[in-house]
Design a protein around this ligand. Structure first.
Ligand SMILES: *[C@@H]1O[C@H](CO)[C@@H](O)[C@H](O)[C@H]1NC(C)=O
Ligand SMILES: *[C@@H]1O[C@H](CO)[C@@H](O)[C@H](O)[C@H]1NC(C)=O
Ligand SMILES: *[C@@H]1O[C@H](CO)[C@@H](O)[C@H](O)[C@H]1NC(C)=O
Ligand SMILES: *[C@@H]1O[C@H](CO)[C@@H](O)[C@H](O)[C@H]1NC(C)=O
Ligand SMILES: *[C@@H]1O[C@H](CO)[C@@H](O)[C@H](O)[C@H]1NC(C)=O
Ligand SMILES: *[C@@H]1O[C@H](CO)[C@@H](O)[C@H](O)[C@H]1NC(C)=O
Ligand SMILES: *[C@@H]1O[C@H](CO)[C@@H](O)[C@H](O)[C@H]1NC(C)=O
Ligand SMILES: *[C@@H]1O[C@H](CO)[C@@H](O)[C@H](O)[C@H]1NC(C)=O
Ligand SMILES: *[C@@H]1O[C@H](CO)[C@@H](O)[C@H](O)[C@H]1NC(C)=O
Ligand SMILES: *[C@@H]1O[C@H](CO)[C@@H](O)[C@H](O)[C@H]1NC(C)=O
Ligand SMILES: *[C@@H]1O[C@H](CO)[C@@H](O)[C@H](O)[C@H]1NC(C)=O
Ligand SMILES: *[C@@H]1O[C@H](CO)[C@@H](O)[C@H](O)[C@H]1NC(C)=O
Length: 636
């Protein structure tokens, strides 16, 4: 849900549409993660991901198959359920036949992918969703609920072929340009001894019953095909990733801004229905609930920032929108510990946005827009935010209380006290950190967190105090955030509200779990801050204007060394789960006998919760990061 993720996705979209079809070698690779085999394909027809429950994953008896395409965010989901549930029946095994996953073109501009699967025994289709990936996700995460208007229809069937069709809502035959949809086909290829058995919906069953029948003691092959006539995305070449070089900077910027405001994004019809906006049909609905975005909207951001600069009190900070449970990357009330004013928005993103406006005004790029504010005025407002917002988030816990909390926490979280020994922290001082958020009436949510990474990436005048809290947070978990399999994004160990230990546990989407992009931001931010002392030169292209002179803390050699040590610890932690870094999020398990952490799949700890995709766009920031222990990127 975050800016980077959405913006990058959006830019890729724009450019793909602008550039049209490109000559590109097909790309195909596979990743095994979280009990699933993931296969990726991109060629000159389409791009797609195929996910199938791994053959050796015996935690579940059904086999789940997903096709997901960037084309209109369309796809299909089905569960193959063993037809014979008796205990002596063989376990259902469904395998992708090597080399059969490929793109395909059908009539009416439909394009998509197909693959052949072997079945060792009879299987019946369970829940099957054809159409939007969003509907699939909402079904899986939303307790199995889906609006019936999103159901497929059984378009045709016989004993070798079935077509399940879903016509987009508000798609009309009168207007062929919007008459679109998606299809899932099951076919028995010639030579396969399998067949299909289909019973249409009737009084007994509200949806059709579809089975794949294979003879005893043999295996059969079925071909599954998904196509849609949403615009397909094809591969990009490197040059098309960048705006064309232009002599006239104003024109170049205008082209980019027009792209941002005029872009048409495929707007899932089911999202509008869920939001009570069904009258919009497939038209986009802009709800502005994410308060950590708004990049191109200068006047809007400036207006939102002004009240606090006039009167720096908590109620003038920027909180969640009325009635909205989400507003920043932590995605939910739970993710913010039920707070209202997020740390990242108020201490890092608002100042960063103001500083960016100041830079644009100073560069004269926005002159022709005739904005009502001057650069110096914006700088003054930015300074108030930088100087005052942070203080509301300060948390200080007396050492004796902190120790008691930690001992209580290791019990509550099924960890071991041995973990508390592993520290260089001085034992006599208070534990100080910044709150994850503030409650609406002001008290801090006393959860240590990783969002200081945003300040490191954008800030150019952070204090030594701030950086000391970063160093303190980059201690071994549960004193700090670093496990041996990555940096957790929240640590409720010191919270006087002990309920948050459960709310932000290792099964919670934004709890004591590891997000790859947060590690990347933290690593990038530390390198950037150290570069201000001119000892590193890691940051070739900066996110914000670097300071013209080195910060004063650079002269404190032992402090700089502590910062470097923290950087080393962070990279050791990242390296402990190096194979995971392209994924979105993972959790840990803890072995109380060996006192060791291991990577754990979030979906298997909490099957009803959110599961991570094996490949997540915003985790790919690691492509641009150098591990200081080797001076190399850790992505191969
Ligand atoms: C895709 O490329 C293949 C050759 O690799 C070519 O045969 C085919 O016509 C191309 N299809 C499209 C839609 O460009
Ligand atoms: C399919 O390919 C995988 C990896 O390339 C290989 O391990 C496996 O043995 C192959 N399976 C078959 C049935 O050929
Ligand atoms: C089954 O349906 C498919 C697709 O409509 C068709 O090609 C095939 O001939 C049909 N088979 C039989 C036996 O009717
Ligand atoms: C999309 O495909 C459907 C068949 O699935 C077809 O009826 C419709 O005309 C197609 N729309 C366009 C715009 O090609
Ligand atoms: C719609 O789909 C859901 C999920 O597969 C299913 O439970 C329900 O019975 C379907 N309803 C109809 C009318 O087909
Ligand atoms: C699948 O079902 C058919 C028809 O009910 C049955 O004849 C066949 O033996 C079953 N196959 C297996 C592998 O059990
Ligand atoms: C740059 O483009 C803008 C907008 O098209 C135009 O008004 C301006 O005169 C151009 N400047 C130069 C130096 O060409
Ligand atoms: C789109 O379809 C929904 C559901 O049938 C309907 O409520 C809505 O009015 C339609 N919107 C348009 C723009 O036709
Ligand atoms: C304590 O935490 C719980 C769970 O986050 C929250 O619902 C509750 O409001 C908090 N209580 C106080 C007094 O902050
Ligand atoms: C922690 O360290 C102390 C002192 O070194 C030692 O006595 C104690 O056994 C350690 N605790 C655990 C749980 O390892
Ligand atoms: C850092 O990089 C810049 C630009 O490449 C270069 O001019 C400068 O000399 C480098 N500084 C150090 C300390 O290496
Ligand atoms: C990495 O580069 C830095 C600066 O160029 C150098 O001081 C350091 O020794 C290098 N480290 C390794 C492991 O090569």
């Amino acid at each position: 849900m975050h800016l980077l993720h959405r913006l990058t996705t959006f830019l890729l979209w724009r450019i793909a549409l602008v550039s049209g079809t490109l000559e590109q070698d097909p790309l195909a690779f596979s990743v095994v993660s979280g009990g699933n085999d993931n296969h990726f394909l991109r060629d000159n027809v389409t791009a797609a991901q195929l996910l199938l429950t791994s053959s050796n994953n015996r935690d579940v008896t059904s086999r789940r198959l997903i096709f997901a395409l960037p084309a209109g965010n369309s796809g299909a989901l089905t569960y193959f359920i063993p037809s014979n549930a008796s205990s002596d029946a063989p376990a259902l095994d469904v395998q992708l036949i090597n080399g059969t996953f490929r793109s395909t073109i059908h009539e009416f501009d439909n394009a998509g992918v197909q693959a052949d699967f072997s079945f060792n025994t009879n299987a019946t289709l369970g829940v099957t969703i054809v159409g939007s990936v969003r509907a699939m996700r909402d079904y899986v995460e939303g307790g199995g609920i889906m609006h019936e208007i999103l159901n497929y229809t059984l378009a045709s069937y016989n004993n070798t072929s079935v077509r399940l069709h879903r016509r987009w809502i508000n798609s009309t035959e009168e207007d062929p340009s919007v008459f679109k949809g998606a299809d899932l086909y099951l076919d028995i290829p010639s030579g396969s001894p399998a067949s299909l058995h289909v019973t249409p919906a009737n009084e007994a069953a509200s949806s059709p019953v579809i089975s794949i029948i294979v003879p005893s003691n043999a295996s059969g092959v079925a071909r599954v095909t998904f196509v849609t006539n949403e615009t397909s995305l094809v591969g990009l070449d490197t040059n098309s990733l960048f705006l064309p070089e232009v002599n006239n900077g104003t024109q170049g910027l205008r082209t980019a801004l027009n792209g941002l405001t005029g872009g048409k994004i495929a707007a899932g019809d089911q999202i509008n229905i869920q939001n009570g906006q069904s009258q919009l049909g497939g038209q986009p609905w802009y709800d502005y609930k994410m308060i950590d975005t708004g990049a191109p909207n200068i006047l809007y951001n400036f207006g939102r920032a002004e009240p606090f600069s006039r009167e720096p009190i908590i109620s003038n900070l920027i909180g969640l929108r009325p009635g909205q449970p989400v507003g920043n990357w932590r995605d939910s009330n739970q993710g913010l510990g039920y707070g209202f004013f997020p740390f990242d928005v108020n201490t890092a993103l608002v100042p960063a946005s103001l500083r960016a406006i100041e830079s644009l005004l100073n560069a004269g790029i926005l002159r022709e827009l005739q904005l009502p504010m001057r650069a110096a005025e914006v700088a003054d407002i930015a300074r108030v935010w930088e100087d005052r917002a942070l203080s509301f988030f300060q948390v200080s816990v007396k050492q004796s209380i902190a120790d008691a909390y930690l001992r209580d926490f290791v019990k509550a979280a099924n960890l071991s006290e041995a973990l508390l020994n592993n520290t260089d922290a001085e034992t006599s001082k208070n534990v100080e950190f910044y709150a994850l958020s503030l409650m609406q009436d002001g008290p801090p949510v006393e959860v240590m967190h990783s969002d200081m990474s945003f300040s490191l990436v954008y800030g150019n005048n952070l204090s030594q105090d701030f950086l000391q809290r970063v160093i303190d947070a980059l201690q071994p978990y549960p004193r700090g955030l670093l496990t041996t399999v990555g940096m957790v994004v929240a640590n409720p160990a010191y919270d006087s509200n002990r309920t948050n230990i459960e709310v932000l546990n290792r099964a919670a989407y934004h709890g004591t779990v590891i997000w790859s992009f947060q590690q990347g931001l933290m690593a990038n931010g530390l390198a950037r801050q150290l570069s201000f002392c001119a000892i590193d030169n890691a940051t070739a292209v900066d996110t914000n204007t670097p300071p013209s002179t080195s910060p004063t803390w650079c002269k404190n050699a032992s402090f700089v060394q502590s910062l470097r040590d923290a950087q080393t610890r962070l990279w050791q932690s990242i390296d402990g789960a190096r194979n995971e870094i392209n994924t979105e999020v993972w959790s840990y398990s803890f072995d109380n006998i060996m006192n060791k952490f291991a990577v754990a799949d979030l979906a298997s700890i909490f099957p009803d919760g959110t599961e991570a995709d094996a490949i997540q766009l915003w985790s790919f920031g690691f492509l641009g990061l150098i591990d200081p222990s080797s001076n190399k990127t850790i992505v191969s």
